[in-house]
Structures are given as structure tokens and as C-alpha cells.
Design a protein. Structure first.
Length: 227
């Protein structure tokens, strides 16, 4: 996970599913809150101020469509529907009510985690933040995927840039390979172990070409670090 901790609210009547998802997502660095007030989900939203909501359709008192509509009137929080009612009509209704994605039950927790990460990146990545990161004399421009160092300038591909941005954001800390792969995995782009290795090699070559040697270091069995 990135250095910011994101809060997720799970609105799920099945306690077993809710707690299983909570335990898994907590391992990925999210702060996960389970909804308890099904008569007034807005109260739970206001209380925990989530960055993303996982919403089941079938709920006590009012269904997920109702609460999605009510939340949309007050907040701009991404909402992902989780439901076994995965026919086309429910999927269309979920999107029409303001849902950002629909994941059918049963679902794979790894896929769920990747989709959550992709939505959070689209919704919050660099929003309102600085447009450059400077570490060890090198400046990464977040607006054009480039890096400058002592008058030299180099451009990176999308994946190379995201890897370097993550490492520079967390300079001084080791970032695991799994964390980097989850950071890069979105709806259209699956990053495996070999692909990550290739991207790290390309990053190092580009950095070496402008005189930045040992900028990205390997910690064997742990991951990578910008010291």
C-alpha cells in the first residue's frame, strides 16, 4: 500500500463474508469498517468518512440501490457493489444508481483487492497533491512521467513511472514486490513477477544513463528501496 491509509466501509448483511473481506483487506493496509446501523447507513458513512464503500444489494430495511442513491446525494465516495444477484438488470441498476463497479459473488479476494486499488488510484491518485517528488537530487515530475537530474531529463513508461513514484514516495522504506504489483494491477493491466523484474531493469538503465547509479536498490527477499 501507499503511505496514505485509505478507509473502506463494508455494507454487508452476511457477517461471515464481511469479516472475511475485512481481514483480507486489512492485511493490505486498509482501515476497514463494518456497517452496523442498517437502518441508517448514512450515519455510518458520516462517522467513518470512508474513501470507498463496498455495498451489497440485499440488506435489511432498505436495499443497496437505495443507499447508493442516498449516499450519492451527499458524498462523492466510490461505491463498489458486491452481490450474488448478478443478472444484467441488477448490474445496470447498480451503475445507474451511481455505482463505480459491480463484483459478483462468489468472488476472489485477490481480484477484489486489485479492483479496489484501481478505483482508489483513479479517484485519489495525486489529487490535490504536489506535482513533483524530489529525492537525492532527482526530481520526478508527476505531470509528464519524467525525471530530471543535474540538467539531464528522462521519460518513463506508465508502469515504470508508477513504480518509481511509489518507491520515491516511500524513500527510506523497503517496498515489497507484492505491494508494487498490486499497485500496478488495474482493470486492464495485470503485472506479474517477470513483468515487474523487466520494468525494474528498464528503470535502472534509464537512471544509470543520466548518472543516477544505485538509486533503486534491491533488498534480497524483501523488495526495493530508494535510500
Amino acid at each position: 500500500m501507499a503511505e496514505q491509509t485509505y478507509t473502506l466501509l463494508i455494507v454487508e448483511d452476511d457477517k461471515t463474508i464481511a469479516e472475511k473481506v475485512q481481514a483480507h483487506l486489512t492485511q493490505w493496509g486498509y482501515l476497514v469498517v463494518l456497517a452496523t446501523n442498517f437502518r441508517d447507513i448514512l450515519a455510518d458513512v458520516a462517522a467513518c468518512k470512508p474513501d470507498l464503500i463496498l455495498m451489497d444489494i440485499t440488506l435489511p430495511y432498505f436495499n443497496g440501490f437505495y443507499w447508493c442513491r442516498e449516499i450519492r446525494r451527499m458524498f462523492k465516495i466510490p461505491i463498489v457493489f458486491l452481490s450474488s444477484a448478478s443478472d444484467n438488470m441488477n448490474i445496470v441498476m447498480a451503475m445507474d444508481m451511481g455505482g463505480d463497479d459491480f463484483i459478483a459473488k462468489p468472488f476472489d479476494l485477490t481480484v477484489l483487492t486489485a479492483k479496489i486499488g484501481a478505483i482508489i488510484r483513479r479517484s485519489y491518485s495525486y489529487a490535490g497533491k504536489i506535482d513533483a517528488i524530489t529525492r537525492n537530487g532527482a526530481t520526478l515530475n508527476l505531470l509528464d512521467n519524467s525525471l530530471s537530474y543535474r540538467g539531464e531529463h528522462v521519460a518513463f513508461s506508465k508502469n515504470e513511472f508508477q513504480i518509481l513514484a511509489l518507491l520515491m514516495e516511500q524513500a527510506g522504506s523497503i517496498v515489497s514486490r507484492d505491494t508494487i504489483m498490486m499497485k500496478l494491477w488495474d482493470d486492464e493491466n495485470f503485472i506479474d513477477d517477470n513483468t515487474l523484474t523487466v520494468n525494474i531493469t528498464r528503470i535502472r538503465k534509464k537512471l544509470n544513463d543520466i548518472g543516477l547509479t544505485d538509486f533503486v536498490m534491491t533488498k534480497k527477499g524483501q523488495g526495493y528501496i530508494v535510500p
